[in-house]
Write a protein that binds this ligand. Structure first.
Ligand code: SAM
Ligand code: SF4
Length: 325
């Protein structure tokens, strides 16, 4: 599938649930959000059907995200089924790691190729302050298991002034002895409260400056097409660090991503308000070729970048948990 800006879209981020067991302050209000009634969520059968349609259209890379994927029952069986779909080559997972330590040994068997583990602080009190749950030990156990099982892992850390700036260097230092990539993400206004960022001080430039001031010789690596992170190597480190300019949106030119929310809303950009709800078409009897035509048409209209998508937005920023971050 190609859009009108000549980008080929081969990557789908699938939000498998809007439920979560954490309440990360940048993602959800403390009291949580109003979850969708179950009948409004795509069933596993519906998701598998859609992924078969998109695989036939060339979408060969899937990221499972949410909400927290593993709060949904039988997630491991669902992932195993989707990994078997013809045309799907890569299945990646984004997880908060609080429920997964005992499952990691099965990840390779069920077809998970790599894991992005969200971890914003190595300090238990600050982790609690950010996520409103005291579950850091569980996340660290998942990390240990992932490394032990040689599963490629990237750490995702959202950069939050006043919350975890003192954690950036200790987090980056995880890459010293471990073959992992630690990526620092600009905070985006998807917190479910409508709070936006007028004084956006901790952008990618400020993050890079902070890392340069505190770490030995950071060398910028060539930007990889369609990537979100600018990566860096550090002398003497086994792993790498990266910076994701998610709010600045400097990587849209080679974007290859589509999103499907847990409710079945197709988004061709994180910053758009959703193109249409494909579940409604499926439940009204659309055939696979009708679904394919709808998808191709939506992809064609993908906004040039996240700023253009935001300008055309007709809704307030929602919580990342209901978008599929
Ligand atoms: N629950 C899983 C997790 O936390 O990894 C998957 C869903 S979560 C919404 C996906 C990613 O989005 C996480 O790495 C999280 O840190 C990131 N995220 C959530 N809200 C964000 C925000 N407002 N700005 C930047 N990143 C955000
Ligand atoms: Fe849950 Fe992930 Fe959102 Fe945190 S970032 S509240 S773990 S969905």
């Amino acid at each position: 599938m190609t859009d009108r800006h000549e980008r080929t879209l081969n990557y789908l981020r699938l939000g498998v649930t809007d439920r979560c067991n954490l309440r990360c302050f940048y993602c959800m209000p403390e009291a949580g959000i109003a979850y969708s009634p179950r009948e409004n969520l795509l069933t596993y059968e519906e998701m598998l059907r859609l992924l078969t349609v998109t695989a036939n259209l060339g979408v060969n890379k899937i990221r499972i995200t949410g909400g927290e994927p593993f709060v949904r029952r039988d997630m491991d069986k669902f992932i195993a089924n989707l990994a078997r779909i013809d045309g799907i080559d890569t299945v990646n997972l984004t997880t908060n790691g609080t429920l997964t330590a005992d499952l990691v040994s099965e990840f390779k068997n069920i077809g998970i190729n790599s894991v992005n583990l969200s971890l914003d602080s190595l300090d238990r009190d600050r982790f609690f302050d950010i996520t409103r749950r005291d579950l850091l030990p569980q996340v660290m156990q998942t990390l240990e298991e992932l490394l032990q099982h040689d599963i490629p892992v990237k750490i995702n850390a959202v950069v939050m002034p006043g919350r975890n700036i003192d954690d950036l260097v200790p987090l980056a230092e995880l890459a010293k002895d471990n073959p992992l990539s630690v990526r620092f993400i600009e905070e985006m206004p998807f917190n479910g409260t409508g709070r936006t960022y007028e004084n956006f001080a901790w952008n990618h430039t400020a993050i890079e400056r902070h890392l340069r001031e505190n770490l030995p010789a950071l060398t910028r690596l060539p930007f990889v097409k369609s990537a979100t992170a600018q990566e860096y190597k550090i002398d003497g480190y086994r792993g790498k660090v990266g910076i994701i300019a998610a709010y600045t949106r400097s990587f849209c030119g080679t974007c290859n991503r589509l999103r499907l929310t847990p409710q079945g809303v197709l988004k061709t950009c994180l910053y758009d308000s959703g193109v249409f709800n494909i579940k409604d078409f499926m439940r009204n009897g659309a055939t696979d070729s009708e679904l394919a035509a709808l998808l191709q048409n939506a992809v064609h209209g993908k906004a040039k970048d996240g700023h253009a998508a935001e300008a055309g937005r007709n809704a307030a920023f929602e919580s990342m948990t209901s978008i599929g971050g």
